[in-house]
Design a binder for this molecule. Sequence first.
Ligand code: SF4
Length: 360
Amino acid sequence: MNDSEKSPHCGLFLYIRRGDAQDCFTENFTTVLSDDKLGAIIRQMEKVIKSYGGKTEGIMSITEQIKQIKDDKNAIILAHYYVADEVQEVADYIGDSYYLSKVAKGTDADIIVFCGVSFMGESAAILNPGKKVLMPDAQADCAMAHMADLEKIAKMREKYEDLAVVCYINSTAEMKTYSDVCVTSANAVKIVKNLPNQNIYFIPDGNLGRYVAEQVPEKNIILNDGYCPIHAAMTRKSVLEAKKRHPKAKFLVHPECTKEVLAEADYIGSTSGIIEFATKDAGEEFIIGTETGVFHELKKRNPGKKFYTLTENQTCRDMKLVTLEKVLDVLKNETNQVTVTDKLRERALVPLNRMLELAK
Ligand code: SF4
């Protein structure tokens, strides 16, 4: 008896015939399917049906359910550019951390479903405490958000009397409470330039800190050794190889990458900056040095242009933990609510509000 005979064996089979055209789609499985896997199969089947001009109501009901519950509960969905394409598609607002934090602060919705990682949900809960902020996956976290030493911050403050601790928004709420102002990659240079302080301790991202230091040479910017594992893994060698493969392409990169990678760039900027640049630029091919989720918006806005990855490994595992099924689940059951104590909120709100003020 072989393995398939021993195991329970199920499958889905879809056969479509229209005129002379025909197609079939099969999916076999021998184990119980997770919701995520089942959702992915259903979406694939929906694409096949739609490609033949068919209607898929009743099969692909998950997005409809999400929309319905969202309306019933006065909820909004915010999605970072790094989450999966289909999650971006159900979102009311898609953007980078700076844009989404402004939306979170200004919304009059009762529920905010934040499709991103934990520091984003925390920031939304801090900026708009009257709202229920729900995370589709409570485990989705940003490794870099934890990469700063609170004792070291205290020592720096002792050493430099006029020190400003500038905290990248990709940080825990606790880290923000030790900071004077938050920044995002879209506004870091502007804010650091405008601060009255001469000495700046930039946490947690050393790469973004170094990039800001180069743009603001008149200040003493002390760097921390935190980094984003996805952006820091991109190498100069991989840039040169990608340029060889696509000699006409411009290289657009996020400042979380290393100095050597940034040195090869035609444009350096936040995710929204990269999207803007590619959309306005006359070029038709671009190599993109940031997380792959951004390709969805790039392709949507620029259907005639070509976008290439730098390496095969440009995906943030945590961002991809957010799925449509989990969005539906938290909307239905109102689970995974972000909670921040009043004390933490009051202290973390100061640098976040200062960022929104200084970035105007
Ligand atoms: S891509 Fe990097 S900075 Fe962004 S959430 Fe993932 S680990 Fe954090």
